[in-house]
Structures are given as structure tokens and as C-alpha cells.
Design a binder for this molecule. Sequence first.
Ligand SMILES: [Zn+2]
Ligand SMILES: [Zn+2]
Length: 382
Amino acid sequence: MIESKDAPISWLNISVFLITGLIALIWIPIHAFTHGFTLLEVIACVLCLGYCGMSITVGYHRLWSHKTYQANSFVRFILAIGGAFALQNSILHWCSDHRNHHRYVDNNDKDPYSAKRGFWFSHIGWMLRQYQGEEYGDYKNVKDLQKDKIVMWQHKYYVPLALLTNLGIPLLLGWLNGDILSMFLMSGVLRLVLSHHFTFFINSLAHIWGKSTFSSAHTAKDNHWLSLVTYGEGYHNFHHTFEYDYRNGIHWYDFDPSKWFIKTMSLIGFTWGLRKAPQERIEQAKAKFKLEQAKDKLLALPNAAAHIEKLEQEYEVLLKRINAFYSTQKRFIDLKKKKLVKDVEKTELYRQLQDMNQQLIELKQKLKAQQNNFARLSLQYS
Ligand SMILES: [Zn+2]
Ligand SMILES: [Zn+2]
């Protein structure tokens, strides 16, 4: 990466951010006060905002950068158009940067938006100068995407597509609604500024604000609040630990509309091959992270060795319980499938299933008890 002072200034990016930002900050409030906006204009802004944002999270991020699922050409086309509307460069370019972000996360020389260079740099500063110089034409880490016709078509026609969507959609909506200027300010400019900064938060705030749950190998954090404006991308510690998982919020109560959209599309066959990290691996990562954290704190104590030994013993018990529960659960599911095929109730298989079900309930209780026990112990030390 080129040093800050030597990197050429990107006047186009600066102009876009500055002009749209100033209109959003000054002109739009004045227009709201003197002229007002209708409910329809606000709704159009919110819908366009959602379309842009989800095209980035569902498409650019989870589909193309990480290949967490596959989608038919109709879904890919809609997401490619939404990505141009979001004005965040082509799929090919965005994914190349993002794959480098994961591969070299927090490395100030190689991570294009390294959070270790501070909030401003990781939020927007990295786009104000051409820090990567010649490398920007090098797409060797996205060779697989170059086989996707829609990706290459969008890359080739990115500028006309970006102009057509960003000018065409708001102007058309304004013409239909009878007030071109108001609609353009709302669904054109305000939508673009909000859409930009909400996405930029994933590179800046999601690496600063929140808690680590699964790994301390990177600065990425889990943050419910951030998920509200990033369509579920706030669970960034999980994402950087299990990047191949189509979910970012893994609990049913996590706010992750991108996950819900991908799952819903799979029910009608528009998406398929949804990849998930095994629950066992997730539990192991959580336990390992807690152990590391508590150990770090314990090292400062005078009788650290004895405490660490106790903690490690409990950790080993926890790992055994995790393995016992999930391997039994897997056997149970396999056996159930077998039963479905043969459909033989009250047979040996049926009895085995009953026994195993009881065993699973007990194992789950034991696992929960050990998880609580370990959480209490590690909390006591941290
Ligand atoms: Zn990612
Ligand atoms: Zn990140």
C-alpha cells in the first residue's frame, strides 16, 4: 500500500461524498422546512435505501465475496442492479477489496480498510486517496467471479448502470409523483448518503464498537445496534470467525434481514446451497475465546498457575460435553432419517431412538450446566 502523503488524491470520490453530503446536510433540511416532503417521498427513500443496502449485504458481501450460498440469475441480476444503485463500485472490484480485508484483516499495509488505522480511515478515508495504486486493476483474488456473466456485465457497464439507476430511478419516481425535485432529494441524494454511511459503518464501527464473542484474532465486534442499520451485518465478530456462514446473526432473535431474505428465497428455489458453520464449532470457538480472555487476566495474579490449571480442567470438561452432545445429536438425526425411510415403529430402531432421545436430554442438561459453570469461572477471572 502507498504511504498516505504519496497516494494520489481521488477527486471523483471526494466530489461525490462532499456534494451529496452537503446537499443532505444543508439543502434537504431547508427544503423540508420551506417546502416539506410527502409521506410517499419518505417511503420511496426508505424502500430505495433497503434495496441498495440489501444488494450490498445479500449480494456483494454474502453471495459474491464469501460464496455462502448460490442464487439463480434473476436474483443475481436484481442484486447487481441494486449494487450499481448503491454506488459502491462494481461487484468485481468490491469483492476483491473485501477478500483482501478478510485475508489481511487489521494489517495496515494489506487490509484496504484496516480498522487499526483508525475510525476515519476505515470509514471513508481509504477511498479518498488511491492507496493501492496499480493493484486496483488486479483482480486475481476474484478469478472465480470472472466466470459469472452477470458480474462481468455489471463490471463492464458499471458507469452507465450507476448513472442510470442513480438519476433514472429518482427522476422517474418524481415524475410519476409530480414533484421531481423533492423525490430526487429524498430517494436520490438522502438515500445515497445514508446508504453509503450505513455500509461504511461495517468497516469502521463494526471493528470498534461492540464485544468479541468468538475470536480475538481480529478487531471485528458483535453489535446488535449496528445490525439495525446494516441489515444484520453488525454481528461482525461472528462473521470474521465463520465467514463462509450465510448468517451473521446466528440466533433466531438476532436482527439479520439479509439472512431472512436468503433463507426465504431458498424456500422457493431461487437460492440454494446455504452454508452454515456446525454448531459444535461455534460452541468450541466461544469456549476457547472465554478461556483465552480469562487466562490473560489471570497472568497478572501472583498464584496464576493454580487458577489457570483449574480453568483449563473445566475447559477440557466443557469440550468433552460439547463433543458428546453434538455427536449424539448427529447420530440421533441419522437414525431418525433411517426410521423415516423404513417407517418401522415399535421395532429395535424405534427403541434405540427413544433411548437416544433420553440420552440427548441428559447430555444437553450436562452441557448447559458446564457452560454456565465455565462462564461463571471465566467471568470471575476476567
Ligand atoms: Zn465479509
Ligand atoms: Zn470486517
